[in-house]
Design a binder for this molecule. Structure first.
Ligand code: NAP
Length: 331
């Protein structure tokens, strides 16, 4: 955007990354609009932006949401929590069709100069290996093609992994042991703090070199997962952690079994979706350009000390609930 700061529409602004992007935009003096499904999720956003109700899976609700907007930032994600539907179908509905509907609305508005969306380092490389990646990459194809007329620029920010997802390791390690797929331990990632990522996302608005490219972004330090487990142990003051591993073939057998039976329940479908992601994570490095300053050891140490000081209720809140979902959050 040249010289002046126009209005930015954030979609997914109630989410983990989206809320930080809204905060960052607000701090930098942008006028921010947030498209959200329910104002019940908007407590953190009060006073920072204008709230606009809409659901990307209901294209009629998007009519006019981009009027007067110069940049659209999509931080959309798919919920895999208890109570949500089949995640593969949700991904298609939200990350593919929803994102495309939003893009068409941005084109229709005529004022939008840049469309920014969040992908993932692995999504780009392994698009056909997971329903979540396939859905998003299908939308990216449409967006890149739709921008070829030169009227709008696109940017895809591809994060490696979030600190948030490493919290699951911290939680598991607290119990004294870590269980995972053996191959995972020697794969690498450079997770990034959500505030560093939000700042990089907002930078794409003013960095001309970020137009019409994918930007792979990670945190300042790259670790093997076994080193992240050790950092978690250090944060809890433990000398060592018992690591139990399963061979990759056992996950493959389970996947094969689920292919035949997952149709029986949404719970099995969610597990199938998670397991596929775990296999991908356990067989690939996830590393982006080093960005930001926040360090994982400091993050772990702070969380562990908060949890130690506070009552058990706070501890439960600080450390996410499900063991089974360790390392299994989307992307
Ligand atoms: N976690 C990682 O390590 C990682 C790594 C690389 C990339 N990513 C990607 O980064 C992105 C953001 O992740 P995140 O953890 O911030 O996601 P998140 O916390 O789950 O937030 C998802 C957001 O999307 C919104 N949303 C979902 N369906 C919608 C719909 N139909 N219409 C409008 N809004 C909808 C949600 O709104 P509600 O509040 O209404 O649910 C929420 O604001 C995701 O695309 C994820 O795949 C994550």
């Amino acid at each position: 955007m040249s010289g002046r700061k126009g209005a930015v529409l954030v979609v997914g602004g109630t989410g983990h990354l989206g809320a930080e992007v809204v905060q960052e935009l607000h701090q930098r003096g942008y006028v921010v609009h947030v498209l959200l499904r329910s104002t019940g999720n908007a407590t953190r956003l009060q006073g920072l932006c204008k709230l606009i109700q809409g659901d990307v899976s209901k294209p009629a609700s998007l009519q006019g949401v981009c009027a007067g907007i110069t940049v659209v930032i999509s931080c959309l994600g798919v919920s895999t929590k208890k109570g949500s539907g089949n995640p593969a179908n949700e991904a298609k509905k939200v990350l593919q069709k929803g994102l495309i509907a939003l893009f068409h609305e941005a084109k229709r508005a005529g004022s939008v100069q840049q469309f920014v969306l969040i992908g993932s380092v692995l999504s780009r490389q392994l698009r056909y290996q997971w329903a979540g990646y396939q859905a998003r990459e299908a939308a990216v194809d449409v967006i890149i093609k739709g921008c070829q007329d030169g009227n709008m620029a696109w940017t895809v920010v591809d994060p490696s992994a979030f600190f948030k997802d490493m919290v699951n390791i911290l939680r598991l390690v607290k119990k004294g042991s870590f269980t995972g797929l053996g191959k995972l331990l020697d794969h690498k990632a450079n997770p990034i703090h959500v505030q560093d990522l939000a700042a990089r996302v907002v930078d794409t608005i003013t960095r001309k070199e970020d137009r019409n490219i994918r930007v792979a972004v990670g945190g300042p330090e790259t670790f093997k997962y076994r080193e992240i487990i050790q950092l978690a142990a250090d944060a809890w003051g433990m000398k060592e952690v018992k690591i139990r591993t399963f061979p990759l073939w056992s996950a493959r057998v389970l996947e094969w079994f689920l292919q035949g039976f997952a149709f029986l329940s949404v719970k099995l479908q969610r597990f199938q979706y998670f397991l596929r992601f775990l296999v991908i994570l356990s067989t690939n490095d996830s590393v982006g350009q080093p960005t930001g300053k926040r360090r994982l050891d400091a993050f772990f140490t702070e969380l562990a000390s908060q949890a130690r000081q506070a009552a058990p209720a706070l501890e439960a809140e600080a450390l996410p609930q499900s063991d089974a979902q360790a390392l299994l959050t989307e992307d």
